[in-house]
Each structure stands twice: as structure tokens, then as C-alpha cells.
Design a protein around this ligand. Structure first.
Ligand code: SF4
Length: 349
């Protein structure tokens, strides 16, 4: 299989070359593309509008890749589902399906492990293995969507908020966004795609260069460089002021509201000075600030604040006119909430 073409990694131009190789007309590449990305088939034999002979020829030179579902957990609280997938090289990744009344959102991983190593994050505590390839990102969505279609529903929103820093796998991320939003594929509007990032400035610039007006969710988590350096090491490379300058540009050109994510950590980032700093940071943006009470992770010393501190912080921000929400995490009983995803091996060792 290794010498064959991975069909999900090919764009339409590459598929056209393959179509010609198997004696099809170039335009039939588009039909194959639709089978792969709209119908999300598993087997080449399911392509019923090309001849048996063409399917045989195609199978000789190409294959449809797969990632193996090893485990599925369902939250008793809110029906959030967490999927553990094993990749061909035995690395594992997690994907989460969040069910809302009016939409199904899938939280997708972009890397096996994460090199950013945020101090509060389960993924960041493990080893970084590698970037995912395009087919591995697409398959997380396609496999879950096939399951949903049996319930007569489908994925409506995608958030790149699973394992890994999406903007450190930027080329593949851009290809995946273009594939997901293609009218010949699953056709999810770019406006329903969100990238969560700790603030990789060159990646934000690449999104602009490629005219991808997706939603940005910035993992801020601290409102001054000293604190942020302590929990997000890459802040030393991309400090808050530089990041804000880049976001200003992003908002000016895309007209998109920017979400700022702020994990609430007890005795760390809920002080009056944090309220003031957030007020200064957010005043120039069309923003929403999402407060997320910390989901405790084994082996990590941070604690979730008590409810009264959470509410006081929320109310102080509100009083200052900040557009703030308090997010109650979905899937916390299956470790499917923000910052809780991790590799199988480490969690079970
Ligand atoms: S929070 Fe995101 S960027 Fe930070 S270590 Fe975890 S997965 Fe990586």
C-alpha cells in the first residue's frame, strides 16, 4: 500500500492526472473527488459511476486511507462523544463531537502531541510526535460524519481545537479548510470553521494571504506577558503586544469577531489587575471573551477556582462592558473538555 497514492491527500489537479492514467476523461476526476469528499466513501469499489475496469486500475495505483477507531466514550452529562483514533504509525489522536440543539460541532486534532507545551494542558504534557497529514485530518471528520448520517444528521461546524497547535501545521491546515469548504465536498462554510491558536503570528498572516476568513479563537489565558510566559512558553516568541497588532490586522481585513479564550486558574489569573489588563486588551476589538473554568489534569498543579471566585471575576468584567461569557464545558466526565485531550499511551501508563 505504501507505494500507492493516498487519494485523500490529492487535490483535483492531481486526481485529474490519475484519471488519465486509468483511461478516464479528466473531467471524471471531479466525480471521484465528490465520491471521496462529499459521499465520504471507504472503498474504491463504491465509485459506481466509473467502470469496474477503471475501479480495478485505480485500486492498483491508489487507496482510500483510514484511521482506526479504537475507543468511543459518551458523556452521561451532555452526550458529548470522544473518539480515540490510531494512526498507521500507531500514534493516537482524539476527536470530540459536541452536540447542540441546532448544530453538531466536531473538535479536530492537527498534530499527534503538541510542541507548544502549555503548562496547564494534558496534550502539552506528552511527547510531540508529528504533524498530521491531510487525510488524517479529513478522516476524523468523515468517520464521525458517517456515524451521524445513520441518525439522519451531520456535522455543521468544525473547530480546530483538538490536540496540537493548528497554525504550526499551517500548509495542511489550509488544504483541509479548502477541502471542508469545497462545494464538491462536505461543504462547510468557512464561517463555520474556527481555528483555536495560542497566537502563532506567521500562521495568522498565512490565513490572511490565503483569503481564509475563518473564525479565530485566541487562547489568551493570561493578560500580561509575565504570567502568559509562565503558562504558554511560545509567548516569549510572540508576546501579547505583537499578537494584538496581528489580530488588529486580521479583524480589519476579515471583519470577523475575535474570540479570546481564558481558562480560569485558581490563585493565578482572577485578580483585579487581570480584569484591568483584559479591559485594556479588549477595548479595541469586536470581541467575545470566553471564560472557561479550568478542567483539572492529573499531574498538573493548577486548580479550578471555587464558584464564588468565578462569578466575581465574571461580574467584574461585565461591569466594565466586556462582552464576556462563562462557558460550562461539555464532556468533562470523559476528559473531552478543553485542555484534557491526550495520547492513549500516556493516559494509560
Ligand atoms: S493548549 Fe493547545 S497549544 Fe497549548 S499545549 Fe495544549 S494543544 Fe498545544
Amino acid at each position: 500500500m505504501n507505494n500507492k497514492f493516498n487519494l485523500l491527500n490529492l487535490d483535483i489537479n492531481q486526481l485529474e492526472k490519475i484519471a488519465v492514467d486509468i483511461k478516464l476523461k479528466p473531467f471524471q476526476a471531479k466525480q471521484i473527488y465528490k465520491w471521496l469528499h462529499e459521499k465520504m466513501i471507504r472503498q474504491i469499489d463504491e465509485i459506481t459511476n466509473i467502470s469496474k475496469e477503471s475501479r480495478t486500475l485505480l485500486s492498483e495505483i491508489a487507496y482510500i486511507p483510514y484511521i482506526e477507531l479504537k475507543k468511543r466514550e459518551i458523556s452521561k452529562i451532555d452526550r458529548t462523544e470522544k473518539f480515540l483514533f490510531e494512526l498507521n504509525d500507531k500514534n493516537t489522536i482524539e476527536t470530540v463531537l459536541l452536540r447542540h440543539k441546532d448544530r453538531n460541532t466536531i473538535c479536530v486534532s492537527t498534530q499527534a502531541g503538541c510542541p507548544v507545551k502549555c503548562a496547564f494542558c494534558a496534550t502539552g504534557q506528552g511527547t510531540f510526535h508529528r504533524n498530521l497529514d491531510l487525510s488524517e485530518i479529513l478522516n476524523q471528520v468523515y468517520i464521525v460524519n458517517r456515524r451521524l448520517s445513520k441518525e439522519n444528521t451531520n456535522i455543521t461546524n468544525i473547530v480546530f481545537m483538538g490536540m496540537g497547535e493548528p497554525l504550526l501545521n499551517i500548509d495542511t491546515l489550509i488544504e483541509s479548510i479548502n477541502t471542508f469548504s469545497s462545494e464538491d465536498g462536505i461543504n462547510i462554510s468557512k464561517r463555520k470553521i474556527t481555528i483555536s491558536t495560542c497566537g502563532i503570528i506567521p500562521g495568522i498572516e498565512r490565513l490572511l494571504e490565503n483569503h481564509l476568513p475563518v473564525e479565530l479563537a485566541i487562547s489568551l489565558h493570561a493578560a500580561d506577558d509575565f504570567k502568559r510566559n509562565g503558562i504558554i512558553p511560545i509567548n516569549k516568541t510572540y508576546p501579547i503586544d505583537d499578537l494584538l497588532f496581528s489580530l488588529k490586522n486580521y479583524q480589519r481585513l476579515t471583519k470577523r469577531r475575535i474570540s479570546f479564550e481564558y481558562i480560569l486558574i485558581d490563585d493565578f489569573n482572577l485578580f483585579p489587575e487581570d480584569v484591568n489588563n483584559l479591559r485594556t486588551i479588549l477595548k479595541d476589538y469586536d470581541h467575545v471573551l470566553n471564560l472557561i473554568p479550568y478542567n483539572e489534569v492529573e499531574g498538573v498543579p493548577f486548580k479550578r477556582p471555587p464558584e464564588n471566585k468565578i462569578n466575581n471575576f465574571f461580574n467584574s468584567l461585565k461591569r466594565y462592558g466586556i462582552n464576556v461569557t462563562l462557558r460550562r464545558e461539555k464532556g468533562s466526565d470523559i476528559s473531552g473538555a478543553c485542555g484534557q485531550l491526550k495520547e492513549k499511551n500516556r493516559s494509560e501508563s
